[in-house]
Design a protein around this ligand. Sequence first.
Ligand SMILES: Nc1ncnc2c1ncn2[C@@H]1O[C@H](COP(=O)(O)OP(=O)(O)OP(=O)(O)O)[C@@H](O)[C@H]1O
Ligand SMILES: [Mg+2]
Length: 289
Amino acid sequence: MTGEVPSVAGGDGLQANGSYGSSGDAVKVRVDRVSKHFAAVSGEGKVHVVLDELSLDIKPGEFVSLIGPSGCGKSTLLEIIAGLQASTSGDVLLDGRAITGPGPDRPVVFQEYALFPWRTVLDNVAFPLEVAKVRKTERYDQARARLEEVGLGSFADHYPSQLSGGMRQRAAIARALVRDPDVLLMDEPFGALDAITRELLQEQLRALHKLERKTIIFVTHSVPEAIRLSNRIIVMGIAPARLVGVFELAEQGEANQANFISRETAYADVRDAIWGLLREHGAIASRGT
Ligand SMILES: Nc1ncnc2c1ncn2[C@@H]1O[C@H](COP(=O)(O)OP(=O)(O)OP(=O)(O)O)[C@@H](O)[C@H]1O
Ligand SMILES: [Mg+2]
């Protein structure tokens, strides 16, 4: 990996450095020289290079955010990791095994609430267990437990149209978690929500990550959201997508409250450094906050 990596002074709470991978540590997801080309819309035989030999290692239990300008290839990369798209070349490995298609071990939560409108919330959340042929009582028990966790226990019999946007997204998260995957892929999952709901769901997701230590790969346009949630933030540049900066953040949350002032100082440093990279490497569609 080449490129200028920003060096940002961290306080006691947040630290930033320029590590691109996790050499020496266990690797959960390895993106190994992945390229993705599409046929160009104009110009016969021409190709549009979206990803060009991109490599990235993600550790077990790590919360990694991908942030970058609109169209830089974040969703394409996430869908290749999900197995929903094939790469043109290169591999994605999960626990050392090449990904060849979608799997229940790495569900995706999308920005739009992808629930089945004709199924109740409970039947939506239980759906992946139905596919896995889990017995009805067992799958309902597990689905109810996940619904309780996301605060939707009393909405099990509602239909998606009877829920607010935030509630639908919580149901989608419960469904993604119902088979207890090691890896959770999220593509701007809170992008369509109002600011208050968004913050509340960020808190829930952070609590869930703390409790279950799933490996989470999270695409966002919001710098504050990335800082609030991540162990590591990866800044991508545009066309073809490159990794232009990486920020390792210390553990977030209560442990940092004692260092509140220095943490805020470091937060501002990280935020400004990410914005510097985004300005340098392409316009961004929405500033988030
Ligand atoms: N099926 C496709 N055929 C041709 N080009 C595509 C296809 N899918 C994506 N692209 C192109 O790949 C590039 C990256 O798209 P992608 O959706 O990954 O961007 P993104 O970073 O997720 O953007 P956003 O932040 O707006 O969601 C874009 O230039 C897009 O036009
Ligand atoms: Mg996208």
